[in-house]
Design a protein around this ligand. Structure first.
Ligand code: ATP
Ligand code: MG
Length: 315
């Protein structure tokens, strides 16, 4: 182990005893990589160009005045892999992963939320290469009950400051934001150099659904399963919905095993039964998103959403 690594490990221990920081962010070193994420090839390519290739070819990127680091904003219906993908990005580039829920840094004390936010960014800088994942970004702007307008403005400003600092001297820090409601985001956050890359994370396609089913069934006792058939019937299901279908099927097979006293594999019927009991959770999101996509699409931000609605005949 190099000195530097040893130093990091020592710091790591310290941070776990620092309660206030520990509660604001969860720090891990994810094992998931892109191989665990079914589909989303377009998104993976984009991430590769922004995050991975600069690490592998620093001299090219330097020649063109580009550094490793930067920010992405993931948005889309719930359960389609935003959080999962952010983790996999960290795993893919062997970076630390800081998971910050914005709600957790909001404080009722004036000035304290900004202070907390700054602390989290400082932690990310101390642990680079580091993916800082800001989940529920809509908590700024979306939730006005808990904070006065002025208070909220200050937090947005602090976030802008941190993101701008990111360009100046934060190489090796990757900020990934996620939200279900990008239309509520403060427009200042969307300017170039900040979260200017908005990436739509759609529900999985039929082939992707089959892939996700296979990923979730991997290493579990099962008879020969026709996952293609299940995927075909699971239109509009999110990755999380599919995970739930597999979980239900597992439970059914486990129940049978316990009753018979013998290990009983997951059957096609188990999967079919579970599928029938579940409904896709993405449609509700689309019915809301549609209005914003049609009426507030000034910069063609939601072109991907509109295309998706059209291609999948969602009304
Ligand atoms: N493309 C995918 N490949 C493999 N698993 C997936 C995929 N998409 C979703 N999942 C599974 O669904 C679970 C939920 O996904 P995740 O938490 O990333 O959704 P999300 O988009 O962040 O949702 P939310 O908007 O509710 O936060 C993941 O833990 C993962 O197991
Ligand atoms: Mg999430």
């Amino acid at each position: 182990m190099s000195n530097e690594q040893e130093g990091k490990q020592a710091q790591l221990r310290v941070i776990q005893f620092d309660r206030s920081r520990y509660e604001m962010v969860e720090k891990t070193q994810p094992r998931e990589t892109f191989a665990d994420v079914g589909g989303l090839e377009e998104v993976k390519k984009k991430v590769q160009m922004n995050f991975i290739l600069p690490l592998q070819n620093p001299e090219f990127f330097k020649a063109f005045g580009k550094e490793a680091g930067g920010s992405l904003l993931l948005y889309g219906p719930p359960g389609c892999g935003k959080t999962f993908l952010a983790k996999a990005i960290a795993g893919e580039i062997n970076a630390n992963f800081l998971h910050m829920e914005l709600q957790a840094i909001l404080s009722m004390w004036v000035g304290q939320s900004e202070h907390n936010l700054h602390d989290v960014f400082e932690t990310a800088r101390a642990y680079k290469p580091c993916v800082l994942f800001i989940d529920e970004l809509d908590a700024i702007g979306g939730n006005r009950q808990n904070m006065g307008q002025h208070h909220e403005r200050m937090l947005v400003n602090q976030l802008l400051l941190e993101l701008d600092g990111l360009n100046a001297h934060n190489s090796g820090v990757y900020v990934i934001g996620a939200t279900n409601t990008p239309w509520y985001l403060d427009s200042a956050l969307r300017r170039p150099g900040r979260f200017n890359q908005m990436i739509f994370i759609p529900p999985p396609s039929e082939a992707e659904r089959e892939l996700i089913l296979k990923l979730k069934l991997k290493d579990k006792p099962q008879e020969a399963l026709n996952t293609k058939k299940i995927a075909g019937k699971a239109q509009h299901f999110s990755g999380a919905d599919l995970e739930q279908v597999v979980e239900d099927a597992v439970e059914q097979a486990l129940q049978r095993s316990l009753e018979s006293g013998e290990l009983q594999p997951i059957t096609q019927e188990d999967l079919q039964d579970s599928l029938k009991r579940r409904n896709p959770t993405t449609l509700e999101w689309f019915s809301t998103a549609k209005n914003y996509a049609i009426f507030s699409d000034v910069n063609k931000d939601y072109e991907h959403v509109l295309n998706y609605l059209r291609d999948h005949k969602i009304r």
